[in-house]
Design a protein around this ligand. Structure first.
Ligand SMILES: [Zn+2]
Length: 166
């Protein structure tokens, strides 16, 4: 999101040349550049460490396909802590390792997704109210269970690649 007004004082943003960034919105009241703002989300490939991946289904998002555990990072929280919290909240499983896979811009929604490989202790799912179903898949099945060309599909492919290089 590009600022038109300063989020702090409400003054209309001017445009100013900011170093290598070129013309950027700038608040002349607060004397600060207003860099673009966009939500940052974590997106998790959840594995049991033995070759299976857990995916979830949320009918309010998409009834047909499975998705990955995802969520927004809270203010003051690290991305790793957010990934661990979201997996715990949505699946009821206990993570014991969180590894960064990469970052994935999601142009359609003007978001940045941070992809993690989250290894959990395999046990019964205890789903949050936002989740209708969770299921374990082989890597090949997992890649096919999500929407073709989706970011979670890329995260799963990167997770499989990451695990085979470990
Ligand atoms: Zn301002």
């Amino acid at each position: 999101m590009r600022f038109e007004y300063c989020p702090k004082c409400g003054r209309k943003a001017a445009l100013r040349e900011i170093g290598d960034e070129g013309l950027m919105p700038y608040c002349e009241g607060c004397e600060r550049p207003l860099f673009d703002l966009f939500p940052v989300c974590v997106l998790c490939a959840v594995t049991d460490g033995e070759g299976s991946f857990a995916l979830i289904r949320q009918s309010y998002v998409n009834a047909g396909t499975f998705v990955g555990v995802a969520g927004y990072i809270k203010s003051g929280e690290s991305a790793e802590a957010a990934a661990e919290r979201e997996v715990r909240e949505e699946t009821g499983l206990t993570p014991f390792s969180v590894k960064l896979l990469g970052t994935y811009p999601y142009a359609k929604k003007d978001m940045l997704m941070i992809g993690f490989l989250v290894t959990v202790r395999r046990s019964e799912f205890a789903l949050s109210g936002e989740v209708d179903q969770a299921q374990w898949f082989t890597p090949e099945e997992a890649v096919k269970a999500v929407r073709e060309g989706s970011i979670i599909q890329q995260v799963l492919l990167d997770a499989i690649d990451f695990r085979s290089n470990e």
